[in-house]
Write a protein that binds this ligand. Sequence first.
Ligand SMILES: [Zn+2]
Length: 481
Amino acid sequence: MSRKYAKFIEANRDMLIEISNKIWEFAEIGLEEYKSSELLIKTLKDAGFTVETSVADMPTAFVASYGFGKPVIAILGEFDALPGLSQVAEPIKKPLKEDTPGHGCGHNLLGVGALGGVLAVKEAIDAGDAKGTIRFYGCPAEERFNAKGYMAVKGLFDDVDITLTWHPFFLNMLNAMSAMALNSVVFMFHGRTAHAAGDPQNGRSALDAVELMNVGVNYLREHVIPDARLHYVITNGGKVPNVVPEYAEVWYFIRAPERRLVDEIYERVIKIAQGAALMTETELEIDFLGGLYNHLHNETVGNVIMSNMRKVGPPKFKQEDIEFAKEVQKTISPGWIDGYTRFIPPDFMEFAMSILSQPLNKIILPVIGKGKTMPGSTDVADVSWVTPLGEFQTACSAMGSPGHSWQNTCTAGMSIGHKGMLTAAKVLVYSSIEFMNNPELVEKARKEFEKKTKDNPYKSPFPEGFKIPFDRLKKLTGNLS
Ligand SMILES: [Zn+2]
């Protein structure tokens, strides 16, 4: 029965590819994805979905719903690009438009794969092949802000039974791995200016405070768990050497494999910042930009996704795709493979290497990486603590393409990315229909979720009264993942 809906996606492939290419060209960065979200909203409205726009205080966030009653299945869609990654759809580094954003994480594919999925589920509901509610969550700014976590705070996932999501990658796999929890924080120091040669004794350097704070944090590294990560950049260190800087700021990411560990380390980093302020007679101000959870894998949802990935099969790449991928691979450092081998069990190494040495992934991988933590972070993780959630990846890029790279932007705008995207849409509709027709599966996923969160419930990383710091986020163009 589900095959009918794979056919529906194939019948709509041109439309879906066109939307994906438009979003790829818009290449709008987080919280500024006006055209991208508008196009998705229009498509969903035209298809008969009810759309609530500008949800959770974000102008580009939305929720589109179709159907009624239980279960409520949520599919997450992202559409933000990354600064500086503009790239033509060719296997040589060449920006489409110099120094502008590009879809170096393939979120144009992510959003439209999700769109294809929900449109097909709507067909199934109309045909009486599925019952319940299907929702598309228009999630902005995955790269820049914990938009999904903020949507969770606002209660947008409260009645959701199952959440499904995917991400473009170079492998076809179920993501059974966790991700790093994180805090993104700016520490600002206010001192007193003076001429650095004329009357330095009257100055109180804010930059000294930043530097002393960094020294303190670098000593702290020795006394936190080895898997924690502390990284910083000085986003304001004064203007000229002959003026004692009255203002300086440093932007930190604090990461650890579990949320509570981030909280603990963050408290210690704050003490160091306070110490630096005390030493330099400056004043400290803290701007908390956002926090993320580690990822909670739901096995029940994962198993449903996995069986449907097998039913759908991997993307069918053509010889020209393979040739294209080989060209892309010439630009990738061979060292990329080292980063992946640590997730591979020893008895699986030979098989894994035979796949990783290909230009494109042409099979569905068995489940690997359970109990491991991938070194990046994502706001999908926050949703995994408020609803049972499963995530998978499909091959949308050349094997070994680095995350957030021009190589990803290029394949996200041509047939390799499109094939991965359509495969994902099919897995999403198959899995949604399976949950919609099996209340006992929904119940099983919920029970598992409750068991895993009972003693450790989600506590939003956003402090009470938090307001999205739009201006600050626009100024700091970096990304969290
Ligand atoms: Zn991404």
